[in-house]
Design a protein around this ligand. Structure first.
Ligand SMILES: [Zn+2]
Length: 491
């Protein structure tokens, strides 16, 4: 019997399309229990006033400790003493030199591991020559009713003051935690990969006391509005940082005879270095999606609208394609591999002198699992010139991944959804550095999340001009902190 092929093929395509449509229909956000948060006593006016005042205190850190104005840190400490009377009365304060703050709020159960709320006290300076670009001066803490302006408004005096307000309010409510609660405020987070690190000193102080922390909550992701026409509608993406990349500055040197530039050789030291740069840029690190990162893509895919979801529901088979695309887009590439940025170069000090020594500095941002040693091996492998000298100038290793199924991760997830039912909560990899990874020796559950709604445009002002926080997101931030401390400090 002869079978007519066309109807069979059409039937098969139809069945596959129907199966995919069903898959897409079922490919919905995973159900998590969402209960709106209890009503909180939240004094927004006080939070606003205190944030403005704290922005006025110029706690600027510097790689060179002698250049830091430590009186600003003293002023911040005095401000906390003066304005948070219950914290002063009920919490035990220790200063870990030079200006790191440790507050211990004793809980009822000494058999349980304590929780820790982190924040850094320092801010970055304002770049010389850009002071006049600010709509409101960077150290005035001006509150125009819509925004509070100034250095640290988003990174991260908003968070620091938010934690203090939350603890003071919980004390006013008569709340007593089960677990001990630590407030750990480092003094030089903004100084990257420094020998002297405030957070590490605090960690060592705790380690010497035999403290193991149940969890750490530090700065990191925010509640980002996500709206892409035809793809995703009225959602918020709450990224919880579960790991952070490493940071290394590595100098590569080429030596040569030098001499007068009127009689140059075929390639000067800089010419030789050019090949080194090419080798490095042409041999990028291998890109890969980490399993934890796939959770982020999947969570977003599940929230896409029709008809995009017909494709998005096949995300698992699309990863190889997504990886290829990601490698071509620098911000996406930085999420999937160790990046190589050649940032500085130096040759002869004079235009008419051939260099005897030429250097480049390469800034690497390493994926978790790639160590500084791996970076050096990579350079040795991909650079054909074996006479180069490699010198690690500074480095901070990448963190490990914190679990996404811990008690505390679930609390953060539930609170995000309690505040914003349209939130997509997912783990992500933090590109910059935070103090949090310094606590790895005494803590496994390290999360980076700032509970403030802010769009990408605003977040880009961090470390830049016109840093400001929308007043509208501050109440939710405070509610989050109060609830987080209450829930995370329970058994
Ligand atoms: Zn920060």
């Amino acid at each position: 019997m002869k079978v007519k092929k066309a109807p069979v093929i059409c039937g098969a395509i139809g069945a596959a399309a129907a199966a995919n449509a069903l898959h897409a229909a079922l490919f919905r956000p995973k159900k998590t229990e969402v209960a709106s948060l209890p009503d909180e006593t939240v004094d927004l006016d006080r939070y606003r006033r205190h944030l403005s005042e704290v922005i006025r205190i110029r706690t600027i850190s510097n790689r060179d400790m002698d250049k830091v104005d430590w009186s600003a840190f003293d002023a911040l400490h005095a401000f906390i003493d003066e304005n948070y009377p219950l914290i002063r009365e009920k919490l035990e304060k220790t200063v870990v030199p030079p200006a790191n703050l440790v507050y211990l709020w004793k809980g009822k159960r000494s058999d349980l591991d304590p929780i820790a709320m982190l924040a850094h006290q320092d801010v970055v300076p304002v770049t010389k020559g850009t002071e006049r670009d600010w709509i409101h001066p960077p150290f005035e803490g001006y509150d125009d009713g819509e925004y509070i302006w100034g250095r640290g408004a988003l990174d991260m005096k908003n968070h620091l003051v938010g934690v203090l307000e939350a603890v003071e309010a919980l004390l006013e409510d008569g709340f007593e935690p089960e677990r001990d609660v630590y407030l750990l405020f480092g003094d030089n987070e903004e100084v990257v990969a420094n020998d002297k690190n405030g957070a590490r000193d605090i960690m060592n102080y705790l380690k010497d006391k035999g403290v193991r922390l149940d969890c750490v909550l530090d700065e990191g992701g925010a509640m980002l509005p996500v709206n892409v026409k035809g793809v995703i509608k009225n959602k918020y993406l709450a990224g919880i940082g579960i790991a952070e990349k490493g940071y290394s500055d590595i100098e590569i040197t080429v030596r040569a005879k030098g001499g007068h530039s009127s009689q140059p050789p075929k390639h000067s030291a800089i010419g030789v270095l050019a090949d080194v740069v090419r080798d490095l840029e042409n041999h990028q690190f291998k890109a890969a999606f980490n399993e934890n990162m796939k959770l982020l893509f999947e969570s977003v895919a599940r929230n896409t609208t029709y008809p995009v979801r017909l494709i998005a529901c096949n995300i698992k088979v699309l990863y190889p394609l997504l990886l290829q695309i990601s490698k071509q887009i620098p911000p996406a590439a930085s999420m999937v591999r160790t990046t190589t940025g050649v940032t500085m170069t130096q040759g002869s000090p004079m235009a008419n002198v051939l260099p005897q020594r030429a250097t480049i500095t390469v800034n690497f941002r390493a994926m978790p699992g790639t160590t500084t040693e791996d970076l050096v091996s990579h350079i040795k492998k991909v650079v054909r010139n074996k006479d180069v000298e490699i010198n690690v100038l500074s480095s901070k290793e990448a963190s490990v991944f914190s679990p996404v199924d811990s008690r505390v991760f679930k609390i953060i997830e539930r609170l995000c959804k309690g505040i914003e039912p349209n939130a997509i909560v997912a783990p992500y990899l933090v590109m910059g550095g935070t103090d949090a990874c310094n606590y790895e020796p005494i803590c496994e559950n390290i999360y980076r999340y700032a509970p403030f709604k802010a769009d990408t445009k605003l977040l880009l002002c961090t470390h830049g001009t016109n840093e400001r926080i929308p007043v509208s997101c501050m109440e939710d931030g405070l509610r989050f902190f109060k609830n987080f401390i209450r829930e995370a400090s329970a058994e």
